[in-house]
Design a protein around this ligand. Structure first.
Ligand code: 5GP
Length: 206
């Protein structure tokens, strides 16, 4: 054996968390890293100040979103906080087949759909992570500090948070959110471990 060639398919890192659990900060500090691509979702919600079409989301009308549903373009989609959100299948599959890791930031319903997805490429690639807020009081504090939602929207999000928190056991990994640095370090540890899994590698000896 003189040389070793390593082949791998991409890993599909799925992160879910109730809003305010620290996921947005975690994702924004990770998303421009070079070792994976961040999957840009489609949504029917309005852009927040500073959000860019095609970078943060593809902001679609209800009709445009519905057309993608009809055409079967979504790997998964869900209604979250009264708006629709969906992940485009073709982009994710292309990256995984090319050995590129993909990061999805989706809600617990979307994550459950992906777990049930029959496509073997998706099944083999999946590594799902739940970010658990340290408590509901802290979650409310973080949402108010963020200042992007009205009090009414915050109460909808808090009501949904409890239901989402109950889904944590379905995920392969759970990270209890602490400081941003701690969350990044824990998520990076998950990434490293997944990348070393023997079943994810194909080694050719020549
Ligand atoms: P936000 O409006 O705060 O950006 O996101 C609200 C929620 O929608 C978050 O929990 C986020 O994870 C979820 N979300 C974002 N994109 C998608 C998607 O493509 N599919 C699903 N199912 N949820 C998404």
């Amino acid at each position: 054996m003189n040389s070793l060639t390593i082949h791998r398919k991409g890993i599909l890192f799925v992160i879910s968390a109730p809003s305010g659990a620290g996921k947005t900060t975690l994702i924004s500090s990770l998303r421009h890293k070079q070792d994976f691509v961040y999957s840009v979702s489609c949504t029917t919600r309005a852009p927040r100040p500073g959000e860019v079409h095609g970078e943060d989301y593809f902001f679609l009308t209800q009709d445009e979103f519905q057309q993608h549903v009809t055409d079967g373009d979504f790997l998964e989609y869900a209604e979250v906080h009264g708006r629709f959100y969906g992940t485009l299948k073709s982009t994710v599959l292309t990256h995984l087949m090319n050995g590129v890791d993909v990061l999805l930031d989706i809600d617990t319903i979307g994550a459950a759909s992906i777990r049930m997805c029959a496509d073997p490429i998706i099944q083999d690639a999946l590594a799902d992570v739940f970010i658990m807020p340290p408590g509901l009081d802290e979650l409310a504090r973080r949402l108010r500090r963020r200042g992007t939602e009205s009090e009414e929207q915050i109460s909808v999000r808090l009501k949904n948070a409890f239901g989402e928190m109950e889904k944590w056991r379905a995920y392969r990994y759970t990270i209890i959110s602490g400081s941003m640095e701690e969350d990044i370090e824990k998520f990076r540890a998950v990434m490293r471990a997944e990348r070393y899994m023997s079943c994810r590698l194909q080694l050719d000896f020549a």
